[in-house]
Design a protein. Structure first.
Length: 512
């Protein structure tokens, strides 16, 4: 190009020439950003630097210093600009193209985007040591790299870069925090949706099955009742049968009201009861006894009640009377299933409303015991093989807090405990008041973790889980939310006993 050629980003490189010698990984086949075959004229680099807003106001000499002390790199669309985990040694000036940065275990969530005419990479005063994600070029990329060994010389040659870099650091903290919170919220939302789908599916399916069975049974049961009414010889026999039905239903209700521990409710006991009833029905020559016996066995109707019925009605009426009673029992059980399932659905919906503090102000009077229990309801699908122990202080006062954010804390801590136990073991939740400080503890019976990791356990993106199983943001979120409430969080771990303790002051809430 001639010296007086004006700066034109789109005309700087011809893909056929500039990308001919791009480096690539022999293992992955991915193209990596690399220096161009021929250096770009200095005046064009300076013209490109003048488009960077963070450098606005520099003198010609200062632009020249940056242009002459940096190295160029170019890359086509989709090429790797930097790789997660590799050492970071350079301040980057993006002159053309964008760089999309993603962490490998974040899925589709973009950490941040390095735009054209912006400064990124390692900054002076930054503690950054390695790249926190994979940077991929979007569109044709052209950038300049300034090695960290030249930072002191840059700050001396371009004094205003001190303030500019500090401003960039502050902006980066805000951007990273926003991205981290977005990733954590998306993951929490996905888990919440999965748990809700599971929790709602069971009662909804049970209600649907019971309603379908009820609809089918009613049509056939009507015919049975008509035939029974026709065969009854007198009003006295009808009254006697109705008295027997009321007594039988009362006996069934009495048995059902007994504590589960006092009932022989094992599968073997149910099978034995059904066999006894089937033998009785066959001994009395009841047709289709195999269709009647299961309903009577499930209701736990005593055998002596069957003997009473046999003496109450005539032998010709006995088969239809038993079939009619069995149909009534089936319909009552189906109706009870529908009622119980819909009640469970309403219970889950109420728990979700309490958990999310729907239609409420951000700050509420939070009952910590109820808050913990609402979280258990949300995670109910993972608690089938977990023993829950609650030790709640009944005199614990409500606290003023960001209710929905505290629920994220309990969710993260309980999920960590369940992950450690593989959803099998003992989970203990405790609340207590010491002075003007509320203590909330989440214990689990998992194997614990290496004491050497204790100092890193709350670091963002630190996780002991396999890649893809966790983002390493859960405990970081816990700490940030607890700090927001002027509290603290600590952890102690040993085999079969890991405890996360959250401390929240009562009085500081008034500053909200």
């Amino acid at each position: 190009m001639s010296p007086d050629t004006s700066y034109s980003p789109d005309a700087l490189y011809s893909p056929d020439i500039r990308y001919a010698e791009m480096s690539s990984s022999p293992q992955s086949g991915l193209v990596h950003a690399a220096p161009p075959p021929q250096p770009t004229p200095l005046h064009e680099i300076i013209a490109a630097l003048r488009t960077i807003a963070e450098l606005d106001g520099l003198t010609e000499d200062e632009y020249t210093w940056i242009a002459t002390h940096t190295t160029e790199r170019i890359a086509p669309d989709g090429a790797i600009v930097f790789t997660e985990g590799e050492p970071s040694h350079h301040l980057n000036f993006i002159l053309r193209g964008d760089v999309y940065v993603n962490r490998r275990n974040h899925g589709p969530v973009t950490l941040f985007i390095g735009r054209t005419a912006h400064v990124t990479g390692k900054l002076p005063y930054s503690r950054m040591k390695t790249w926190g994600g994979d940077g991929c070029a979007s569109g044709s990329f052209w950038g300049l790299d300034l090695h960290e060994d030249l930072f002191p010389a840059m700050l001396q040659a371009v004094p205003s870069m001190n303030q500019r870099c500090v401003t960039l650091l502050l902006d980066r903290v805000r951007e990273f925090t926003r991205a981290d919170e977005q990733a954590a919220k998306l993951m929490a939302l996905g888990k919440l949706a999965a748990n809700l789908a599971h929790e709602l599916n069971n009662p909804a399916s049970a209600a649907q099955r019971a309603a379908n069975a009820l609809t089918t049974n009613l049509d056939s049961d009507d015919e049975t009742k008509y035939c029974l009414g026709y065969l009854l010889k007198s009003k006295q026999e009808l009254d006697a049968y109705r008295v027997w039905m009321r007594e039988a239903q009362a006996r069934i209700a009495t048995v059902a009201s007994k504590p589960a521990s006092s009932l022989a409710s094992s599968s073997l006991a149910d099978s034995d009861r059904e066999d006894q009833i089937l033998d009785w029905l066959e001994a009395h020559k009841i047709q289709n006894a195999w269709t009647i016996a299961p309903a009577l066995a499930e209701s736990a109707l005593p055998i002596d009640m069957l003997d009473t019925l046999a003496t109450t009605v005539s032998p010709g009426v006995l088969p239809l009377s038993l079939a009619s009673f069995a149909a009534t029992v089936r319909n009552q059980r189906a109706a009870a299933t529908v009622a119980g399932s819909t009640a469970r659905i309403f219970e889950i919906v109420d728990a979700i409303k309490d958990y999310s503090y729907m239609d409420q102000a951000p700050i509420q009077e939070v009952n910590l015991s109820q808050s913990l229990d609402n979280t258990l309801v949300i995670l109910g699908s993972r608690l089938q093989h977990v023993t829950i122990e609650r030790e709640y202080d009944p005199n614990l006062p409500a606290i003023r807090a960001f209710g929905s954010e505290l629920n994220q804390v309990w969710t993260a801590l309980i999920e960590n405990a369940l992950d450690a136990m593989h959803d099998r073991g003992t989970l203990r939740l405790t609340t207590k008041l010491k002075g003007r400080m509320v203590f909330i503890e989440v214990w689990d019976s998992g194997p614990g973790f290496d004491p050497a990791l204790k100092s890193r356990i709350f670091e963002p993106f630190f996780t002991t889980k396999p890649i893809g199983a966790g983002l390493g943001l859960g405990l970081d979120l816990v700490q940030r939310v607890v700090n927001k409430h002027f509290g603290s969080v600590a952890v102690e771990s040993r085999p079969s006993a890991t405890c996360f303790q959250v401390r929240i002051p009562l009085d500081r809430m008034q500053v909200y």
